[in-house]
Write a protein of this length. Structure first.
Length: 372
């Protein structure tokens, strides 16, 4: 995002504080040929982000957490420049939650850092960004760590979650980005430690997407990191966010910069050897991409109206044979989605904006049952 874009996002987030509760309680509008049913599956999350079902059949949710109050100085590390920075953060508070079949949330761990932008940008929170499994082991992608985020002696990266809930660093993504800059970073709000957004496991390897620099990287379980594609090199500063793997390729949606221009976002197809192609255009502020077992693509749009991110203006678009239909609208700042083993879509709703509270925050997971 550009500096101007982040300021607009902050203004929107501040406005959200007074409207989120009302929007969350409003019914979600359903339209299109599909007639899905929607329900609130679970509540109590603080800035819910990536979510996936684990090997045990339970849903797990990465949460940015409550932010923090600690800080670092320019003498200790390069800071994020105002008005985005300086960040404040905490060594703990970033959380992974488990949701059982009855929608009850429990904490798996809260031992990840949680950080927030300056008040001038609305104290926007980052922490654990996404999760996935290789075998029976959970791996966590972080976005709120690092000295530039106000949390000294930490780093953004991919972590293995141990049995006792302690994060174990597998791959240092902060160090990798500093050593391997992209072609076209955004100087106005450059993030030295990155702001990682999504991750997917393919076989024994993890693939992570970072929006601020604009890249997708390969992370092996031995800690080796290699770049699959510098998205900024061919696309510029398009702010790539959500990644999905389908039929041998990666599909990556982008947020784009602000103010929002409806239809200006797209889905890219990235091959394993790093070729970046435009797959579909005409979307708006994409924060989720996934496919069903029939090969139909689903795109989560955080806000579809012009201007700033706005509660109640998110939707899900289904694409089949080039034909598009909005199957769900009226979502409140959704940040991620996944299919469950029951064939339903699960969506992180109120993913940013409302002030956090402990232990149970205002964020939700919605369950959307599809009939066809």
């Amino acid at each position: 995002m550009t500096r101007y874009s982040r300021l607009l996002l902050a203004a929107s987030a501040i406005a959200t504080l007074s409207t989120a509760a009302t929007v969350a309680a409003a019914p979600v509008v359903i339209r299109g040929t599909a007639t899905p049913t929607m329900s609130v599956y679970a509540t109590g999350f603080n800035n819910p982000r990536g979510l996936k079902f684990g090997p045990d059949g339970m849903l797990y949710v990465a949460e940015g957490g409550p932010g923090g109050t600690g800080s670092t100085t320019a003498a200790q590390c390069t800071q994020v420049t105002p008005p985005v920075g300086p960040y404040k953060g905490s060594l703990r508070g970033g959380r992974i939650s488990r949701v059982d079949g009855n929608g009850v949330r429990t904490t798996v761990t809260d031992r990840f850092p949680s950080s927030q932008t300056s008040p001038n940008l609305g104290n926007l929170v980052s922490g654990p960004a996404d999760i996935d499994w290789i075998g029976g082991t959970m791996y966590v992608l972080t976005a709120g760590s690092g000295c530039s985020h106000g949390v000294l002696n930490t780093t953004n990266g991919v972590f293995r979650l141990s049995a006792n809930g302690n994060p174990v660093l597998v791959a240092d993504l902060s160090a990798f980005q500093k050593a391997h800059p992209v072609a076209h970073p955004s100087p106005g709000d450059f993030e030295p430690d990155g702001t990682w957004y999504s991750m997917v496991a393919v076989g024994q390897t993890l693939y992570a997407v970072e929006p601020n620099h604009g890249e997708i990287d390969r992370v092996r379980t031995d800690g080796t990191i290699t770049r699959v594609a510098d998205i900024s090199a061919s696309q510029g500063h398009v702010v790539p966010t959500a990644v999905s793997y389908h039929n041998g390729n990666f599909y990556i949606g982008n947020l784009n910069t602000f103010p929002i221009v409806p239809g200006s976002s797209k889905v890219l197809r990235v091959t394993p050897n790093g070729s970046v192609q435009t797959y579909r255009t005409g979307f708006t502020m994409v924060t989720g991409v996934t496919f069903d077992n029939l090969g139909r693509m689903y795109v989560l749009e955080n806000t579809v109206t012009a201007g700033n991110p706005t509660p109640g203006q998110g939707d899900i678009v289904r694409v089949q044979d080039g034909r598009r239909e909005v199957i769900v609208s009226g979502l409140a700042l959704p940040t991620a989605m996944t299919f469950g083993p029951d064939g339903a879509l699960y969506v992180s709703n109120l993913g940013f904006g409302p002030p956090p509270s402990l232990p149970d925050g205002p964020g939700q997971v919605l369950r959307i049952r599809l009939d066809n």
